[in-house]
Ligand binder design. Structure first.
Ligand SMILES: Cc1cc2nc3c(=O)[nH]c(=O)nc-3n(C[C@H](O)[C@H](O)[C@H](O)COP(=O)(O)OP(=O)(O)OC[C@H]3O[C@@H](n4cnc5c(N)ncnc54)[C@H](O)[C@@H]3O)c2cc1C
Length: 264
């Protein structure tokens, strides 16, 4: 089973130092980067699937990111991925979701895979659109919000349990397919010391737009389909009330609270 995992380096949400430049773009140099949290769940799913069928299996990380990304990708390699592919080019600065998907699709055309796994969204852009757009560019079946992934290699198909508002949908598609992964797939593992040491010598191949045969004038900030016009800090949280006592007392107080505000 050959799996490619789409991995985006994002500003560490724990650093609290995210800053926007005057152009509305994130100042990525100002904060340490980490692998997007949801992508770690996708990677964990990929590692479990390949461990279940190890012969000829490999997990490739694919990232479109600034030049500093390999440092961040090493952690994902330490979790057990086989290698990384890093697409980077000065012309990609300010890319919108459409450009991002176009570039990732072009990079995937140069790789061999049975499945592509992605996170459902990122903690910085939060668009939740890139996986579907990549699938559309490549004409791949797209299975979203996966809570379970069951490939059937001899049949050449994959089944996915998709989280729905009422329970689960059971989807089946031919492989290769692209799947967006939820946290229901299971907690990502911590890298072991052995994994960290091994990651130091794993290959991270760099690809430019020229390598992907993409015209720089068709991607990047100059042709972005969206633009951040303004940003606003959300209002501070109002005063909170902690209800103490027995469950009955707590329930009574909560009902009073909601009734006073005409919510119930
Ligand atoms: C502060 C800020 C300013 C921005 N300014 C602009 C702007 O001016 N104009 C504009 O058009 N866009 C702007 N963006 C959007 C930015 O370019 C997006 O990050 C990009 O379009 C990817 O979308 P997303 O992060 O919403 O991905 P999502 O669709 O939320 O990502 C879902 C999944 O797709 C995969 N994925 C997404 N991106 C990548 C990647 N680069 N490499 C590998 N896998 C990936 C991951 O598996 C991820 O979990 C801005 C974003 C931020 C945070």
């Amino acid at each position: 089973m050959r799996i490619v995992v789409l991995v985006k380096p994002v500003p560490d949400p724990a650093s609290g130092g995210e800053r926007l430049g005057a152009n509305g773009r994130l100042d990525r140099a100002a904060v340490p980067a980490v692998v997007n949290g949801n992508d770690e769940y996708a990677l964990e799913a990929a590692l479990k699937l390949t461990a279940a069928a190890p012969e000829g299996s490999e997990v490739t990380l694919l990232s479109m990111a600034p030049a500093s990304a390999p440092e961040t990708l090493r952690k994902a390699l330490a979790m057990g991925a086989t290698r990384g592919v890093h697409v980077t080019d000065p012309a990609l600065a300010g890319s919108c979701a459409v450009s991002t998907a176009k570039v990732l699709a072009a990079a995937l055309k140069q790789l061999e895979f049975d499945l592509v796994l992605a996170g459902v969204d990122t903690s910085d852009g939060l668009g939740g659109t890139v996986p579907a757009a990549v699938a559309a560019y490549l004409g791949l079946p797209f299975l979203s919000y996966a809570a379970r992934i069951e490939p059937d290699e001899p049949a050449g198909t994959v089944r996915v349990r998709r989280i729905s508002p009422t329970g689960y949908d059971l989807l089946e598609a031919p492989m290769p397919a692209l799947i967006s992964c939820t946290q229901a797939l299971g907690e990502p593992r911590y890298p072991t010391l052995k994994g960290i040491m091994a990651a130091r010598s794993k290959e991270i191949a760099t690809r430019s737009l020229a390598d992907l045969e993409l015209d720089p004038s068709t991607v990047g900030g100059a042709v972005a389909t969206t633009q951040v016009l303004a940003t606003k800090v959300p209002p501070a949280r109002g005063a909170t009330e902690v209800v103490r006592g027995t469950p009955d007392e707590g329930a009574t107080r909560i009902v009073e609270f909601l009734a006073q505000r005409r919510i119930i």
